[in-house]
Write a protein that binds this ligand. Sequence first.
Ligand code: AMP
Length: 423
Amino acid sequence: MSFDTLGLRPELLRAVADEGYARPTPIQIQAIPVILQGGDVMAGAQTGTGKTAGFALPILERLMAQPLVEGKRPVRALVLTPTRELAVQVGESMRVYGKHLPLRSTVVYGGVNINPQIEELRRGVDVIVATPGRLLDHAEQKHVDLSKVQVLVLDEADRMLDMGFIPDVRRIIRLLPKQRQNLLFSATLSVEIRMLAHDFLRQPVMIQVAPQFSAAEPIRQAVYMVDRSRKRELLVNLIKAGNWRQVLVFVNMKVDCSSLAKQLERAGVLSGAIHGDRTQEKRTKALEGFKQGRIPVLVATDIASRGLDIDQLPHVVNFELPQSPEDYIHRIGRTGRAGNPGEAISLVSPAEEVLLGNIQRLIGQEIPRLIATGFETDPRISHRAIPTRARIRIAGPTGEESAEVATHWSRPGGEPEQNPGST
Ligand code: AMP
């Protein structure tokens, strides 16, 4: 299958060729013809599958099929994304795929000065890629008129749901014409997503493509069993011994992001951090440094990393396992992109074995376990660790039974160990 047969005009084919894409990915093969025909789509596809081109190319084609309006252009396509990073990335894809076309697109997101965005919107654009909150601000202040939108894309809808953006999305939808094309992309097609699709989409064509980690994909997964307190040391060893030049390290909590990056720097490994509490400027700077290869390590939380597209990322490390096994899939999807080999390493402490079990059940495979010499887990910790504080009582149905969940652990008679889940 080649791009030529999909019904895209030569300017788009040229842009695709410029990017070096030899053939369309499965999501592109399935989605492009449906979108070109004007149908609604509900697609189960995660970042890394080529989904962005899967909707951007046919949208650009459809916009070009209509005469361009003289004077200020009405907004005809709107892409909503859950994070600023994803908005920037999708905006960049629109620019790249549309570079031989006379269309204009812009990206709108919060956390930065609103004035340049107002200027752009005033000049008129064909396509807006936006995070919901900032777009609503613009709409409420009448900087943008959404009443001519013909195509709406909800990108990473599952994340929008997780992040509580759906009420904002509904408010935006009320500003759009009733008659329009709707495209929903989501890594998971959970019951909630299907319910959302039921509200937003009209007789959608369902498309589902294999997740990025499927056996055909070149991601090597491995687990190092290691005590929590020694993870940082092991990570430094792995980075130095393997001469890793680009590694995305995941932690679960924002607070751990910057502190781990600082600790790695103290151990001689240049590192940046990216999480929701950092200013947009700092996030962009860290991401750029990482993408350009100046900073070999980027420490990130799930939300901040979501949708980041870093070409040929060779290593992903789970410094701790995510609470939700789906997040594991999102995380390791950052590596092994578009046919490039990738490695996803998880540092797993004895307290995280349950999470590991959940992940293995979800992906339907056992991840090979490795033990780094000198980093063997201390059996005293796994078997005799005792909870010391912050006990949460969970009452059973009769009110008599109860379970206690420890959130802080210590060795019997020894120094308090670190809290599982924080560094
Ligand atoms: P996405 O899933 O949209 O984030 O895309 C993941 C990566 O795949 C991006 O770096 C794209 O540039 C790349 N890509 C998209 N379509 C193709 C294709 N047909 N062939 C090769 N790479 C592609």
